[in-house]
Design a binder for this molecule. Structure first.
Ligand code: NAD
Length: 494
């Protein structure tokens, strides 16, 4: 069994506790993809010291040079795309095309952020005083603590890490305990690209031990977190107590509207893939669909036909569309939502079962599940399930659809299928979501565009795109006076 260690100052460092955990394949719980450190406060202290020591050399390197190194990591991601994707299939469970996409998106993020190193624009403007310039410049925040989820194991890391690095920060990364091997291989590429030791430190372990120790560490200047809303609230509260920055990318309960003039074929494919690919384990998965009463029956027929085509199985199987559930805890949670919905009177239209035996034995498999007649206030309608479970609602008009779609505490993504431009534009105005789509699934974000949610899906930060620079840098405002006298803009001095 391979045993991996933390990456601190460019070297493998065993955990102070001497303890390790198993990295389990969700498609086959007997397959363990390595043992990883159970790190605690002492390990975080070492990683933070390494990141602090590396800060001077990295923050003083001009951003275009930092960009060249990030560009090399992008190249290495593509050269190793298939090897890395196979690891994602094994430790996270998703299919090979989805895993290849995860790596491609990470390489795209590298190339985009590398280019930011040659922009990084500030402002230069006139002062209100003579012979004086006023300007602004981005400066790094310091040591950034990055805590990531497992469902896009490389993309989530890179969408945070590249903007953090281009801004001149050094980092301590704690990947999800469900997908540590992807992070380990990423660490190897960072080293191969020539990013100096100590700039990227990777520490493995659970949220309550390792993650909490990152957030508590007062030498970490800001925390960037992707994960559940409940954990996000705890992190925000500790960061608030310490008055340090935090960026939160949280859960979703994403809805899609199908109007009576919609292309029903496209809308049924969009919902089947949005709800059931990656087994619904995406923050941007479609978990609710709102269908106009005029086309409700016709649409359901098409949606069921599309869903029946989806093949559940091991991610490594080229026919698979619906992968296993990441771990036993999440598997039990999804099944309890399904049982709860049945008890609550929702009508089960499709699926609703765990799949066991044969090719499913030893794995965490739940088939695509569709409910109708769902109480809008029920858990099924309101809470993020993070599994292959879809609730269908009937709507009478756009106003009705918008009220229903907005009636949750989340606001990550939303979509509407319609051929009517007025309806589409009105929906864009009123949908409470950070990312909106017209005639497209609720997922499919691109790394040069900001991604994030409103309401309880985030706190207003956006990580990919140019907007990510705002998360990982601070503005320094500068006045340069060459008048030869002491002057200020508030009052006249004699
Ligand atoms: P999670 O909140 O359980 O864990 C996320 C990360 O936080 C993990 O690394 C975990 O170890 C760590 N963690 C857990 N408890 C912690 C604590 N008390 N202090 C510090 N760190 C802690 O979430 P998950 O199960 O890994 O991921 C699924 C969730 O992530 C879903 O809610 C999903 O919507 C969300 N997500 C959001 C986005 C987005 O961009 N908005 C993207 C992907 C996933």
């Amino acid at each position: 069994m391979d045993k991996y260690n933390n990456l601190i100052n460019g070297k493998p460092v065993p955990p102070v506790s001497g303890k390790y955990f198993d990295n389990i394949n969700p498609a086959d719980r007997n397959d363990v993809a390595g043992m990883f450190p159970k790190s605690g406060e002492a390990d975080i202290n070492l990683a933070v010291k390494s990141a602090k020591d590396a800060f001077q050399i990295w923050s003083e390197m001009p951003p275009p040079q930092r960009g060249e190194l990030i560009f090399k990591v992008g190249d290495l991601l593509l050269v190793n795309q298939e090897r890395l994707a196979k690891v994602i299939v094994r430790e996270m469970g998703k299919t090979m095309p989805e895993s290849m996409g995860d790596i491609k998106s990470s390489a795209d993020a590298a190339y985009f952020m590398a280019g930011e190193g040659r922009r990084m624009y500030g402002q230069t403007t006139y002062s209100a005083l003579e012979k004086r310039w006023a300007l602004t410049k981005r400066v790094p925040v310091g040591v950034c603590g990055l805590i990531t989820a497992w469902n896009a194991p490389m993309a989530i890391i890179t969408w945070k890490l590249f903007p953090a690095l281009i801004c001149g920060n050094t980092v301590v990364l704690k990947p999800s305990e469900d997908t540590p091997l992807t992070a380990h291989l990423f660490g190897e590429l960072v080293k191969e690209a020539g990013i100096p030791d100590g700039v990227v430190n990777i520490v493995y372990g659970t949220g309550v031990e390792t993650g909490k120790a990152i957030v508590k560490n007062s030498d970490i200047s800001m925390v960037s977190f992707t994960g559940s809303t409940n954990v996000g609230k705890m992190i925000a509260s500790e960061c608030g107590r310490q008055l340090k920055g935090c960026s939160l990318e949280l859960g979703g309960k994403n809805g899609l509207i199908v109007m009576n003039d919609a292309n029903l074929d496209a809308a049924s494919k969009a919902v089947a893939s949005g709800a059931f690919s990656t087994a619904g384990q995406r923050c941007a998965s479609t978990s609710r669909v709102f269908v106009h009463e005029d086309v409700y029956d016709a649409y359901l027929e098409k949606l069921l036909a599309e869903t029946k085509k989806m093949k559940i199985g091991q991610g490594a199987n080229p026919d698979t569309n619906v992968c296993p559930i990441i771990n036993k805890r999440q598997y039990d949670s999804i099944l309890s939502y399904i049982e709860g919905a049945k008890k609550n009177g929702a009508t089960l239209l499709y699926g609703g079962n765990a799949l066991t035996g044969g090719e499913f034995s030893g794995g965490n498999f739940i088939g695509p599940t569709i409910f109708s007649d769902v109480d809008l206030k029920s858990k099924l309608a309101q809470e993020e399930i993070f599994g292959p479970v879809l609730a269908v609602f009937k709507i009478t008009d756009l106003q009705d659809a918008i009220e229903q779609i907005n009636a949750v505490e989340y606001g990550l993504t939303a979509s509407i299928f319609t051929a009517n431009v007025d309806i589409a534009m009105h929906a864009l105005d009123k949908l409470e979501a950070g990312c909106c789509y017209i005639n497209a699934p609720t997922f499919g974000s691109e790394p040069h565009m900001p991604f994030g949610g409103v309401k309880k899906s985030g706190i207003g930060t956006r990580e990919p795109g140019t907007q990510a620079l705002d998360v990982f840098s601070e503005w320094k405002t500068i006045y340069i006076d060459y008048s030869g006298v002491s002057q200020n803009s508030q009052f006249k001095t004699k």
